[in-house]
Write a protein that binds this ligand. Structure first.
Ligand code: ZN
Length: 111
């Protein structure tokens, strides 16, 4: 199976602020709640909402439709750099001890 952008998508971490660059939520930004490494998807707080029917809590109540955030493709979002405040591409530098750190390709700040 072909895996594209495997490096790109895994640059995103839980807690990152991201901006959507594709699809119906384009231009919106929010926090990453969860990262699904295998699927290459991220769950972004309050975005990519889908209607879902909720079960009634009590007998006799009607079930209602609620909006639930669904994971979206990681390549559809860009990390918003906490330093320059812009959605940016992220670069990776490998340290001498083999640990990796991320940097903003715009302002070179460590993200
Ligand atoms: Zn920056």
């Amino acid at each position: 199976m072909a895996h594209t952008n495997i490096n790109t998508k895994m640059k995103i971490k839980k807690g990152d602020k991201v901006q959507v660059i594709k699809g119906k939520d384009r231009g919106k930004s929010a926090k990453v709640m969860r990262v699904f490494t295998d699927e290459g998807k991220v769950l972004v707080e309050g975005l990519h909402l889908f209607k879902k029917s909720a079960r009634p809590k009590k007998q006799g109540e009607k079930g209602q439709m609620i909006s639930v955030a669904q994971p979206m493709m990681a390549e559809n979002v860009q990390i918003v750099c906490p330093s320059c405040g812009k959605p940016t591409r992220i670069g990776i530098t490998v340290q001498a001890d083999k640990s990796k750190s991320r940097y903003c390709k715009k302002c070179k700040a460590t993200v």
